[in-house]
Write a protein that binds this ligand. Structure first.
Ligand code: ADP
Ligand code: MG
Length: 247
C-alpha cells in the first residue's frame, strides 16, 4: 500500500531524513516512535506530498512520487488516497463540524451536497459526535475537534491515513477517546501510519513499530519484540525515557 525507498530530505545543508525505507501493507497499522527532531513529521509530510524530497521514492497505491517537483496530477492523486490528521486538528474555524466534513467530498470528489451531508452525519456518529454536527470548532473540546478531523479524513475514503501525534495536544481523557476511535479504525482494517507518544497504542494496536532517530529508522519490528527486547541503544534509551518498563 505504501512503500518508501531510500527517502532523503534536506533543509538547506541539513539532512533530516537520511535514507528511510519502510513499507506498510494494506490493513496494517504502523506506529512511528522516537525522540523529538528525529524526522517523524517530515517523513509523514513527504509521503503525501506536503513536502518535496531530495532522493528516493514514495509509492502510494500505484502512484509514485520521486525527488523534487511532483507533477500536479500525481500529487492530487496521492493526496486523495492518503488522509492526514494533524496534532493541532486544523479544522476550518468558520465552518461547523458538518461543514468541515462535507467541504472536500463536495469540492474535491464532486459529491452532491445532500449525499456528502448524509455520509458526514453517519461518520460523525461513528466517531461519537452524533448531535454535535452544527457545533463550531471553538465550541468543541480538543478531543471532539480531533474526532471531527478524523471523520473528515475518513470521508475522503482514503487508502491510508497518516496521523502526526494526534493526541499530544490533548489531556489524558480526551486522548483516550481519540485513541479509542483510532483503535476501532485499526480493527476495521484501515491502513494507518501513526506517529505517536502513546506507547500503549503502539504496543497494543500497531502491527509494526518503527523507531526514528536522527533521520534514520534505527529499529523496526513487531511491537512485542521492540518493546520487550529492543535491539538498539537508542530504542532502549527512548523507551526508558517514555517510562516503558524493562527497556
Ligand atoms: P519530529 O517530528 O521527529 O520531531 P521533524 O520532522 O519535525 O521531527 O524535524 C526533523 C528535523 O528537521 C528537525 O531538526 C527540525 O528542526 C528540522 N526541520 C523540520 N522542518 C523544517 C523546515 N521547514 N525547515 C528547516 N528545518 C526543518
Ligand atoms: Mg513531529
Amino acid at each position: 500500500m505504501i512503500e518508501v525507498l531510500g527517502l532523503v530530505k534536506r533543509f538547506g545543508h541539513v539532512e533530516v531524513l537520511s535514507g528511510i525505507s519502510l513499507s506498510v501493507e494494506a490493513g496494517e497499522v504502523a506506529a512511528v516512535i522516537g525522540p523529538s527532531g528525529g524526522g517523524k513529521s517530515t517523513f509523514l509530510r513527504c509521503i503525501n506530498g506536503l513536502e518535496a524530497f531530495d532522493e528516493g521514492e514514495v509509492r502510494v497505491s500505484g502512484f509514485t512520487l520521486g525527488p523534487r517537483a511532483h507533477d500536479a496530477r500525481t500529487l492530487q492523486a496521492v493526496r486523495e488516497s492518503v488522509g492526514f490528521v494533524f496534532q493541532q486538528f486544523n479544522l476550518f474555524p468558520h465552518r461547523t463540524a458538518l461543514g468541515n466534513c462535507i467541504e472536500a467530498p463536495v469540492h474535491v470528489l464532486g459529491e452532491p451536497r445532500d449525499v456528502a451531508a448524509a455520509r458526514a452525519r453517519e461518520m460523525l456518529c461513528r466517531v461519537g459526535l452524533a448531535g454535535r454536527e452544527d457545533a463550531y470548532p471553538k465550541d468543541l473540546s480538543g478531543g471532539q475537534q480531533q474526532r471531527v478531523a478524523i471523520a473528515r479524513a475518513l470521508l475522503m475514503r482514503p487508502k491510508a491515513i497518516l496521523f502526526d501525534e494526534p493526541t499530544s495536544a490533548l489531556d489524558p481523557v480526551m486522548a483516550a477517546e481519540v485513541l479509542g476511535v483510532m483503535t476501532d479504525l485499526a480493527k476495521q482494517g484501515q491502513t494507518m501510519i501513526v506517529v505517536t507518544h502513546s506507547m500503549h497504542f503502539a504496543r497494543s494496536v500497531a502491527n509494526a513499530v518503527h523507531v526514528f532517530a536522527g533521520g534514520r529508522v534505527v529499529e523496526s519490528g513487531p511491537p512485542e519484540r521492540v518493546f520487550s527486547d529492543p535491539q538498539h541503544e537508542t530504542t532502549r534509551a527512548f523507551l526508558r525515557e517514555a517510562g516503558v518498563k524493562g527497556a
